[in-house]
Design a protein around this ligand. Structure first.
Ligand code: GLU
Length: 298
């Protein structure tokens, strides 16, 4: 049986908070319990937000928690060629198309439609503005606007699946179940952004495979994204890890912690004198419960 491989994969757009601490601690603990490997991946595809100081801060915070990760740290900004290669394969299969619409145009296009559905993240489902656009219109938009985003044609992608229904094995939140993927709920997701030649979905799937991740342990906020991830894995012929979506740490307002809403960071807690054990108390550290159903080799 190969060694299990776990990863903690924060985006360096601020200091880590208690929710990240729970994720990092659970991944490291699962690796410890199984004799597995614990990797750190910096998801810095977004150059405007990936500030070097934040990367240093992330490494510092994880080390302060007392966790040791394997070297080298995988930084997504250094692997753009791999994401491009995966994208090129989807393009060659005719499963993607360029989209020049702005967020404002998408909002305006759905504003008049009553009960227009939203994706699981709460954004209005893409109304297909550029799906099936004529080559001439695409060329004209290219000349006038510049580089497009590239979207997955979800209908074509689902039709291209060779075998069996799409699902994943979930062991988080008291479940040990096969979950049927609901890809249509996402519509035509962006795989290459206008300003970044990849996307969260594409790079996470490529990297989980390249790094040999066997168990994805991450917050419940990414549960629905797993549908897109298993679809991309199937389309690209990549293995699917097991998924364990853990509970979220909520702030005093009952909402999940967020760097952008200024949730208290580990750094602030530490400066105020907190210890890593205090952090464990604050996240209600209970690995026997939180990792109970994780599928591990015996
Ligand atoms: N980078 C993502 C975040 O910070 C996590 C990605 C993942 O675990 O799949 O929320």
């Amino acid at each position: 049986m190969p060694r299990p491989v776990f990863r903690f994969a924060p985006s360096p757009n601020g200091r880590l908070h208690l929710g990240h601490a729970l994720s990092a601690l659970l991944n490291a603990e699962a690796a410890r319990r199984t004799g597995g490997r614990f990797l750190l991946r910096i998801e810095d595809i977004d150059p405007s937000r990936a500030i070097e100081a934040h990367v240093a801060g992330v490494l510092n915070d994880v080390a302060w928690l007392g966790l040791a990760w394997e070297q080298p740290v995988h930084r997504q900004s250094e692997h753009m060629a791999a994401y491009r290669e995966a994208f090129t394969r989807l393009k060659a299969a005719g499963l993607v198309y360029p989209c020049f619409a702005t967020r404002g145009e998408i909002t305006a296009a759905v504003a008049t439609k009553s009960d227009w559905p939203c994706d699981p993240d709460g954004a209005p489902l893409y109304p297909g503005l550029w799906r099936g656009a004529a080559p001439g219109a695409v060329a004209a938009a290219h000349a006038a606007i510049g580089a497009p985003a590239w979207r997955l044609d979800m209908t074509k992608a689902l039709a291209a699946l060779a075998s069996g229904p799409l699902s994943w094995t979930e062991t988080g939140a008291g479940l040990h179940e096969t979950i049927a993927a609901d890809c249509a709920a996402w519509g035509d997701v962006v795989l290459l952004r206008k300003e970044v030649p990849t996307s969260y979905h594409l790079s996470v799937v490529v990297d989980d495979a390249r790094q040999g991740i066997t168990h994805v342990v991450r917050g419940r906020d990414l549960y629905h994204a797993t549908s897109v991830h298993v679809l991309l894995q199937r389309l690209l012929g990549l293995p699917s890890p097991l998924y364990h979506h853990h509970r979220l740490i909520l702030g005093p307002d009952g909402r999940k912690l967020s760097k952008s809403r200024g949730s208290e960071s580990l750094h602030t807690l530490r400066t105020a004198g907190a210890t890593p054990d205090d952090v464990r108390r604050l996240v209600n550290w209970a690995p026997d419960r939180d990792l109970a159903l994780l599928s591990l080799p015996s």
